[in-house]
Design a binder for this molecule. Structure first.
Ligand code: HSE
Length: 425
């Protein structure tokens, strides 16, 4: 039976999950895959971690050199996160001819071209299923399952931490801070949760997924990004009252005007399949010209779901001759002829404080009309001594039209825009 030696760099949440699955399922993979996968070494400085996981002391390497020079290591699994150390270690492994499996979306998003070049030079494999959407097999689906198609759109909920926070805030009235603390405790959040709550994590993933979907490099810098840290209970409740659920949505589209890639909080109409995706669950919708719509749903974060994606890559690498590389033009930047759309179209929810005097609403409506923005719903929520809170939802319009309207409203004496949230239309 073929023997495959694995090294794990980093025994945090994901590395720990990977170790557990590999050790608990070793006999299962012998029986079903005809391959004996053994963890032969780990790199972890925290003694507490390898003791908790029951990793024998003799498997703990002193440094990365010991790992990449170990002839028993065939596959190096990188679960360190961050860039500086991980990038150097992954390049060391690839240069030594070891196949690399990584869960590091920031690393793959920013340096896939460099890593793939190194892998091709030494004929090593480079696998990254766990970098996007945890246990949901979206990378394999894009590489294999839907490769017959021109993909026109990929959209969904691709960050577990923010989905967990928004679910708890919306369903239990929990504070943002408490919900984030729970997400950290459950092992969903990144080491620095700013990456999650400010939308960086989802933007890295969207950059990778849309590069694969549209077969061209979609650089991180082209992804429009807005996080959830400024979201208030008041807006979540207003949205709920209007029949919407708030999600951090990632949208990638191939349009006549170019590629559109964006991550931002979005109200999704209840009844839409994405509105019911709660807690740490993620979901991705793909639209292909032949297959139509495909939806994948599953856990997007956590030790075992993400460990599942890593171990699937290990098994794939261990059971296939030759390596499978990405299917987009893997350069640092997009090709010159590829266009990106920044003035995208959406519907919008706005909350405003309106001066309470005759004609104020009429003046407000005129400011929207001047920017060709049509209103679907408008609700006066409360009226104080001299001002009222108004919420409204627009028809689909352009981002720039809304920005212009907001600037004009804020410059007027009739109203002030307190918050703006895009609505899935
Ligand atoms: N922090 C990430 C999330 C983990 O919350 O989705 C998986 O990438």
């Amino acid at each position: 039976m073929k023997k495959v030696g694995v090294a794990i760099l980093g025994l945090g949440v994901v590395g720990g999950g990977t170790y557990k699955i590999l050790t608990e399922h070793r006999q299962f993979y012998r029986d079903t895959q005809n391959v004996d996968i053994e963890v032969v070494t780990v790199l972890e400085r925290d003694k507490g971690r390898f003791e908790t996981l029951g990793v024998p002391q003799e498997l703990v390497a002193k440094n990365v050199f010991e790992v990449v020079s170990n002839p028993d290591v065939n596959i190096v699994v990188e679960c360190l996160g961050g860039i500086t150390e991980a990038r150097g270690y992954v390049l060391d492994a690839l240069n030594a001819g070891k196949t690399v499996v990584t869960s590091n979306k920031e690393l793959f998003c920013k340096y896939s071209h460099e890593l793939e070049r190194a892998a091709k030079r030494t004929n090593a494999g480079l696998y990254f299923e766990a970098s996007c959407v945890g246990g949901v097999p979206i990378i394999r689906t894009l590489l294999d399952g839907v490769q017959a198609n021109h993909i026109s759109s990929i959209q969904g909920i691709i960050n577990g931490t923010t989905n967990y926070i928004l679910t708890r805030m919306s369903k239990d009235g929990m504070s943002y801070e408490d919900a984030l603390a729970e997400a950290k405790k459950l092992g969903y959040a990144e080491a620095d949760p700013t990456a999650d709550v400010e939308g960086f994590d989802a933007a890295y993933k969207l950059s990778i997924l849309s590069s694969l979907a549209f077969h061209t490099k979609v650089p991180f810098a082209k992804v429009f990004r807005e996080g959830i840290s400024g979201i208030s209970h008041e807006d979540i409740a207003n949205g709920n009252g209007l029949g919407y659920t708030l999600k951090l949505l990632a949208v990638g589209k191939q349009t006549d005007r170019g590629i559109e890639v964006r991550v931002h909080p979005t109200f999704v109409k209840n009844g839409h399949p994405l509105a019911g995706v709660d807690e740490s669950f993620n979901a991705v919708f793909l639209t292909g010209d032949s297959v139509g719509e495909v939806m994948l749903y599953g856990k997007g974060a956590g030790e075992l779901p993400t460990g599942s994606a890593i171990v699937s890559d290990i098994i794939y690498a261990a059971t296939h001759e030759g390596s499978r590389y990405s299917t987009f033009k893997n350069n640092a930047t997009a090709d010159k002829d590829v266009k990106f759309v920044s003035d995208f179209e959406s519907a919008y929810y706005l909350r405003l404080t309106v001066t309470d005097r005759a004609g104020a609403l009429a003046k407000l409506a005129a400011l929207f009309a001047k920017n060709n923005i049509s209103i679907v719903e408008l609700l006066q929520k409360s009226c104080g001594e001299d001002s009222a809170t108004v919420v409204l939802v627009t028809h689909t319009t352009h981002e720039t039209a809304v920005k212009n309207a907001i600037a004009r409203i804020n410059g007027s004496d009739v109203a002030k825009v307190e918050s703006v949230i895009r609505v899935l239309s």
